[in-house]
Design a protein around this ligand. Structure first.
Ligand code: DQQ
Length: 586
């Protein structure tokens, strides 16, 4: 089937198709190889409703950061979040931050409620920071959270319980009378780096446990605490896990997973034999994780592999995705994770816009059948927003080809595309040192650089003249016995607007191309949010973009599938939908 390069006409410069491609992906901007003309595009104000996401969660106004204590309780999903009630900037050093609250029955449409935790007691007087929720026996929900107790940022751990469990929305919460339930009294513990208690789990001795991230003698440590009643806590002499690779881990998450099953496990119940455990940690503004076992005798987490250099640790998401938190969804028997995605405009822009921060789409998360990495996929409920399906089959993308995807709302879309490799002989050699810095590889081998197999992928949110474009693409390399796929989301030409953070994000995943020739890509486009899932959710990349074309173009920005590698790539199936607006925090 032939592929159309639809915007040949109207371009100032005429080259052959493959060179044309380079013009299109390296347009009239810094670093571009081919220059057509300087941009004369007028940059409109960033204060435009068009940048506000339509189906990613955000409160009606102001600043939001970490998801805190997500849970499913009595038929309702609860989304708590770090919220600044006073404005759309990060409150200075997060002083006075509160727990915002929204509820949903479907993880798509949300009702905004009043904050549940505000700084009003000595144990949280300067801020109610991140924490978790646990469903205790007798269907009793409990929140564990960090309180900031003074301007020196000293941190303690607190408990809160619902005031009235028969209120279906759990609108009011009572702080425990014995707060703080945990103080930073361990020798060597830095009391200003001691926070974000996890969801509780029960050990074989019937006692509850939680972990708290801390800087202990300069090492990042998951401190372990035990309790009989969830109200009175004792520190355990040894940590759950610690590493000297970094000084502090934020927003720890500890959960069990079963290899070969995408079902979730409830940490409030006994974990079946053979389950693996995951320790997730926030560091350096990225969420990393280790897979291992929970040694019940020693009460420690033992990673399957210990890697000294944390740059090589696996990441939940390789983009703008931080402070993620997971929970067990007893309704569907799955584990769900979501995270904060910060704005990447200037903080003065956030003040002007009056809002800042969104949450990723809730994702089901599970362990791959080889036990080596987590897989993620948007919860199926999000598909209820799909409309106007378009479907293309049997496309063939030769080197330099672009295929325009038309007939859907390119600002609010869900795109699923399979790229089938016709041959794997052209794969270029893989250099293991690239694993240390995949974004660098995305910058150097970007979409305009011809490869053996790839780059191929999607160009989205592209302006009429292609000066602006966001590119999500893959490239295939051959390592000794396996194939390594690089997935990138390249924002470097995403906007003509000055003052934005526009990196190229990237991550690698192993893929058995001898067995499976199709590499899938799913991209959720939601105005200023671009959330992509590569290779069936092996690498996920969340990104924020502010194209001028999103405000200026009446016809809407363009979307293309492309290939710029020597090997022809087939697209056996391309399905895309417009996405309806969800009711978020009404
Ligand atoms: N944000 C919270 C902290 C957490 C940090 C404060 C991570 O509890 O460590 O808003 O983004």
């Amino acid at each position: 089937m032939s592929v159309f390069t639809v915007w040949l006409a109207g371009l100032a410069c005429m080259f052959s198709t493959s060179v044309l491609f380079q013009i299109l992906v390296r347009p009239c901007s810094n670093g571009g190889v081919f220059f057509c003309s300087q941009s004369s595009t007028k940059i409109p104000s960033i204060v435009s409703k068009r940048y506000r996401t339509a189906y990613h969660f955000q409160p009606p106004k102001n600043w939001m950061n970490d998801p805190s204590g997500p849970m499913y309780y009595n038929d309702i999903y609860h989304e708590f979040y770090q919220y600044n009630p006073d404005g759309s900037n990060s409150p200075s050093l997060s002083y006075n931050i509160v727990w915002g609250h929204s509820v949903s029955t479907d993880l798509v449409n949300w009702i905004g409620l009043e904050p549940v935790l505000v700084p009003d007691t000595p144990s949280d007087i300067c801020g109610c920071w991140t924490g978790s929720a646990t469903i205790l026996p007798g269907n009793q929900p409990a929140i564990t959270y960090t309180g900031l107790i003074n301007m020196e940022k000293h941190q303690v751990q607190n408990i809160a319980l619902p005031k009235n469990r028969s209120d279906p929305y759990l609108r009011e919460w009572t702080k425990a009378g014995n707060n703080p339930v945990i103080q930073p009294v361990i020798p060597g513990l830095n009391s200003s780096q001691f926070r974000d208690p996890t969801t509780g789990w029960i050990g074989p001795d019937g006692l509850w446990r939680i972990a708290v991230g801390a800087d202990l003698n300069g090492s990042s440590t998951a401190l372990l605490y035990k309790s009989e009643d969830f109200l009175n806590w004792n520190s355990v002499e040894h940590p759950l896990y610690s590493s000297n690779s970094f000084d502090m881990w934020e927003c720890l998450d500890f959960f069990a997973v079963l290899s070969g099953s995408n079902g979730g496990l409830d940490m409030s119940s006994a974990i079946p034999n053979g389950a693996k455990h995951v320790l997730k940690m926030g560091m350096d503004y990225s969420d990393k994780y280790m897979i291992g076992v929970y040694d019940l005798k020693r009460d420690v987490f033992v990673p399957d592999t210990v890697i000294d250099d944390y740059r090589l640790w696996l990441r939940i998401d390789y983009g703008n995705f931080y402070a993620s938190k997971s929970f067990f969804d007893s309704k569907q028997g799955r584990r769900i994770i979501w995270a904060w995605s910060n704005e990447t405009d200037a903080s003065s822009d956030d003040v002007a816009k009056g809002w800042a921060g969104i949450h990723s789409i809730p994702r089901t998360i599970w362990l791959d059948s080889d036990g080596k990495r987590l897989l993620q996929w948007p919860v199926e409920e999000i598909e209820s927003l799909r409309r106007n399906e378009i479907n293309h089959q049997g496309l063939e993308l030769k080197k330099g080809d672009l295929f325009e995807i038309k007939g859907i709302d390119t600002l609010q879309a869900d795109v699923e595309i399979d790229f089938e490799l016709t041959s794997i002989d052209d794969a270029e050699p893989f250099d293991p040192s690239w694993l240390l810095d995949a974004p660098k590889q995305c910058r150097e081998a970007d979409a305009s650089v011809h490869g053996g197999i790839g780059p191929f992928g999607l160009v989205i949110l592209a302006s009429d003249n292609m000066e602006e474009q966001t590119v999500v693409h893959f490239r295939v390399y051959k390592s000794q016995e396996k194939y390594m796929i690089l997935m990138c989301t390249d924002l470097r030409r995403s906007s003509l607007r000055p003052g934005l953070y526009t990196p190229a994000y990237g991550g690698f995943f192993e893929f058995d191309l001898e067995k499976e020739r199709k590499i899938s890509l799913r991209t959720l486009i939601d105005r200023s949010a671009v959330e992509s899932f590569g290779g069936g959710g092996r690498v996920c990349i969340m990104a924020r973009v502010y194209p001028v074309a999103l405000v200026n173009d009446d016809g809407g920005p363009h979307m293309f599938a492309f290939n710029n590698g020597s090997a022809t790539v087939r697209v056996p199936q391309l399905r895309a939908w417009s996405m309806r607006r969800a009711q978020v925090s009404v």
